[in-house]
Design a protein around this ligand. Sequence first.
Ligand SMILES: *Cc1c(COP(=O)(O)O)cnc(C)c1O
Length: 414
Amino acid sequence: MAKDIITRILHADRLGSVEHGAVLKPLHIATAYGYSTAEELTAVFQGERSGHVYGRQGNPTTAVLETKISLMEDAVGTVCFATGMAAICSTMMALLKKGDHVVASRFLFGNTASWMNTLTQMGCEVSLVDATQAAHVQAALRPETRLVFVETVANPRTQVADLEGIGKLCAQHGLLYVVDSTMSTPHLFQPKAVGASLVMHSLSKSICGHGNALGGSISDTGLFDWSRYPHLLPAYRKGPPTTWGLLQIRKKGLRDMGATLSAEHGHRIAAGAETLSLRMERACSNARALAEWLQAQPLVSKVHYPGLASHAQHARAKALFKDFGALLSFETVDGVDPSEVLNALELVIKSSHLGDNRTSALPVARTIFWEMGAEQRASMEIADSLIRVSVGIESREDLLADFGQAFGRLAQRG
Ligand SMILES: *Cc1c(COP(=O)(O)O)cnc(C)c1O
């Protein structure tokens, strides 16, 4: 198989049957799929024959996107959802039961952290640990632990989880290892390399890239032995065990909960994914230049970017990832309010989006991490002045010039 993920996916639309010689998979908008005989319909329903029955469980356009993500992650299969959060929640709802225990990184995307609270209310226990060291995960394990959840590079503080160490631990203990790889994208890293069982993406971010569609995905790397997982229903224990987990996620998660990716959004995400590597190369090099520039500013007290030698997990990021990503955050010195910095920027959009072609920034503690309160923010190492920057693909000169004029004005105001 081609090594480069873009080479892998560019021709994926033509892997199956090609309609009218079309170079792109057409947009299939039908809600339902009809068959010429009742026997054929029955065979599809009973899983004896592949095919589509009703759009909530997937359609041919989404199926091609699922194939592409599987090719990017070297996975045995993928299920797409309406959003990244839908992928996380539906997967956990499909696989966990009351009394189960989950170990998760305490450096999590805000809404994922909020979901962990909901999980607790539904009778699961969640331990939030410092996942930059596998020893903390190990110390939290219990007999009822079912899965471990981490983000590759945490949004927004950029802590890099001990991905390899946790992978080894999960393999030793037969635990499901779920990795949210949204921030690294398949261009930088494949979590399968460190033993991930399931790889999650918010497709809304860099994989789509153009800020014009929402989506999420779960891919099964084929490394987990589902025959050891206690909560799989007999109906889904059919065929090779590598397919069992994803079948239960598709049926109990996607079908029963219904957070379906629309064909139109799937189509846009697939088009965006074709340029993922090109966009990431540019965004990563912009991010590194901006991080280095910010580090030299007297009004900036700290810069968090895995590409900087000062980052606590720089060596790990360098060893695991092809590049250091498009996300950075920084703190300002006392007396410089994060809102002042943002208001002084002219090009950069004040917005909560990530992984967009356009650079956007926000004051973290007042926006996405506001609801959780000061105590949890402190435990996640979120300073009050933290500004998150999702770096886009503008020209580097224009981007640095915008930050230059903004900090110039702030310095002058005295
Ligand atoms: C955005 C994001 C999500 C959630 O994805 P949505 O598509 O917005 O629901 C999950 N994890 C990470 C790391 C994210 O950045």
